[in-house]
Design a protein around this ligand. Structure first.
Ligand code: NCD
Ligand code: ZN
Length: 346
């Protein structure tokens, strides 16, 4: 197959940032994606419905007028989140999901949750309203090995939350382990997971190939090759409880190439080209549309995009730039280290 036409994809986990960085990265998502779930870990974070409304306005203002793109907004859950405000945001149609960051788990997560018993009232509201809780699934204890943090989180935090709120829709975000896949496979359909592009491509060796590679550092950190292979199987299986959330997370080159480099990988410009490549390798191009454009929409209770995206396999590899830049800002684009022949043509 040299050409494939699918409903326009959605990105169910995206970092757009704000200010100049937002303006720089936004065009690279809206060219291929009809909608995206926008992560709230700005500085300061998007905590209230009013914060989400202003952030949404900033995104819409940064968008070219002729582009059809819809940002779905999330709230950053804190121990002081006002459950009434969450309820209001849902009723107004502003809030599509609420994001749980364990405090200290990742970039800009210091206002996240330490004591999970403090968020019960908000979880009850989400459950009643059928609004998903998106979870960064890693424990933060320094004594837990960084490669075990997702598995430990499932046991220690996620299973208890699911037990207390069995109807609550939960998205375990950017999964990296067989354990997370098993958790989703062994729970009812109100539990789903997003899978990123980079976790389908890199394993933990990439981080240390001939030296330290800051541009492959993200959280959750890439795991062993067996886990990567399991993620590819899950993504290409056609199981609707696994869908795309790129976690495209731009940081400037200077903040990544540093003694204490930031976590986050910017994949938006190459996401669809890489996915087509990965699905083709698995002989699963027929499952690509489900993963990118149908399953997530169904989970979030929206119809698929009405527009379409066409990809064509070119004979010669497509040249993507190594980075994008504007004024002082330069952001490196994820390099999968293989040729990309799939091109979005329409
Ligand atoms: C994300 C970021 O940079 O905001 N970083 C990352 O490594 N994925 C935050 C997150 O989703 O963990
Ligand atoms: Zn993220």
């Amino acid at each position: 197959m040299r050409k494939i036409k699918i409903h326009k994809p959605d990105d169910w986990h995206l970092h757009l940032r704000d200010g100049d960085l937002l303006k720089l990265v936004l065009p690279h998502t809206v060219k291929d994606f009809g909608r995206a779930l926008i992560m709230p870990n700005l500085v300061p974070p998007v905590i209230t419905t009013s914060d989400a409304e202003s952030y949404r306005r900033e995104i819409m203002d940064a968008l070219d007028k002729d582009i059809d793109f819809q940002p779905f907004m999330t709230l950053y859950l804190t121990e002081d989140t006002d459950p009434r405000d969450v309820e209001d945001g849902i009723a107004k149609g502003v809030v599509k999901a609420v994001k749980l960051y364990p405090a200290g788990a990742t970039t800009n997560s210091s206002s996240g949750v330490r004591d999970f018993s403090k968020i019960n009232e908000t979880l009850a509201i989400l459950s009643t309203n059928n609004v998903p809780l998106c979870v960064h699934g890693e424990v933060v204890d320094g004594h837990v090995d960084i490669f075990d943090r997702e598995t430990e989180f499932i046991q220690r935090v996620l299973i208890p939350i699911h037990k207390d709120f069995p109807e609550l829709k939960i998205v375990l975000e950017h999964i990296t382990t067989q354990d997370a896949i098993d958790f989703v496979l062994n729970t009812p359909d109100n539990i789903a997971a997003t899978i990123t592009v980079h976790h389908l491509v890199i394993n933990r060796n990439h981080l240390f190939k001939s030296g330290i590679r800051p541009h492959y550092f993200c959280l959750p950190i890439a795991k062993r090759e067996v886990h990567r292979q399991s993620l590819v199987k899950a993504a290409t299986s056609g199981n609707a409880n696994f869908f795309l959330g790129t976690d495209s997370a731009p940081h400037t080159i200077g903040t990544k190439e540093s003694a204490c480099g930031c976590a986050g990988i910017f994949t938006a410009p190459v996401a669809m080209a890489i996915l087509a490549h990965v699905f083709e390798n698995e002989d699963a191009l027929d499952k690509l549309e489900g993963f990118t454009s149908l399953s997530g929409a169904e989970f979030y209770g929206v119809a698929p995009n009405q527009s379409f995206l066409t990809l064509r396999k070119e004979k010669a590899p497509i040249k993507f730039p190594a980075s994008i830049a504007e004024n002082e800002l330069e952001v490196s684009i994820f390099d999968p280290e293989f040729d990309l022949n799939w091109k979005v043509i329409d």
